[in-house]
Design a protein around this ligand. Sequence first.
Ligand code: SAJ
Length: 421
Amino acid sequence: MTADIAIVGAGYVGLPLAVEFARAGRTVVCVEADPRKVEAIGRGESYVEDVPGADLASLVEDGKLTATRDYAAVTGADAVLICLPTPLSRNREPDLSIVTAATEEIARHLRAGQLVVLESTTYPGTTRDVLRPILESGGLVAGEDFHLAMSPERIDPGRTDYTIRTTPKVVGGLTPACLERALDVYRPFVEHLVPVSSCEAAELTKLLENIFRSVNIALVNELAMLCDRMSLNVWEVVAAAASKPYGFMPFQPGPGLGGHCLPIDPFYLSWKARELDFPTEFIELAGKVNQHMPYYCAERVARALNDHRKAVAGSTVLVLGVAYKGDVGDLRESPALKLIELLRESGADVVYHDPFVPDLGEEGLDLESSPLTDELLAGADIACVVTAHSGIDYARVADRAQLVLDLRNAVPAASERVVKL
Ligand code: SAJ
């Protein structure tokens, strides 16, 4: 079957995008490396929270959406969209290997007249200097024989107030004709398109969005450590500053920066800037502050226990919430994992409760989520709110626990038994 849209990578970005294209009346094929995902889509079973199974099933039944591991499926597509991970390597440098491998496969089947769009987050210059040469290796010329564009994904898993349809979408093209072609592809289901002058502008826009967050989170994390030294309540100060109706945007301190975006994206830009002998000091400083937070929070656990004449060694520490942010089950780069490691190194007996994370086996930790019983709360020498999930009654936690260290300002009020970051 030749589909007119090919989505390469059917993950938390690609699958929702495929569904939107299919809903807009295009026939879509997902080219996906994981056979389990290919089979699940074939059965109309969704494995992405934001894609309701019923919606996927009906599109699959109607023949609007299929999946395959075979890149030959891109041959007949009007547009090929790349929605693949761009992680960091072990020495924290951009790792484009997944994207370049896919692009090489696409190049083998590329036809004149097609459009290729990169949606993955990456440094400025990737689309032009990395993808274009690979796609041109068969003799076709980008901007003439085929179109090439970049439109960074803005999927925020679990978010309901903004959807793919209502989130403005930035688009940059290798040439004006490439830009127009890409805008036409998204127009049927994106309400607000934001054309920019180049692929590089689109690539840098996405990085700015996430660097803005990581720098501002680092700012309030540094302020939290200073407020501790000044015996001031950082939560009160941030909340008071947020009363300013203009010129301020509140961020909350916490145990560090987790997730698949913020701890990674900024280092794509700092790596590229270093090539130009340009030190991106804000990014490096923010990274240092945010990476320090789990260590600082381990010190705060030790101090809180010490204030009750207890040592970390031999104490039972109950970690409440291990996912990287509230109301998700994603553990990627979660600061809770580093905090647990540090506490265990200090001899603590760590137990945890997280309704979204049944166990930490994938992280190599022999820990399972304990039911949040009164006994568990009372039995721990300290309960530490690391990630705040909305379904947990933190007033009950404060009432039943011997001692609470609240790193997320989730407990309604501080007391001698409830200490806040
Ligand atoms: N965090 C804080 N304090 C804050 C906000 C976040 O410590 O004030 C921590 C979180 O606990 C988490 C990490 O930072 O560990 C990242 O949180 P996030 O709210 O930025 O959530 P992410 O990582 O899912 O970021 C995504 C991004 N979306 C895309 O890249 C498409 C980001 O651009 C969004 O702005 C963000 O979701 C969002 O707004 O939820």
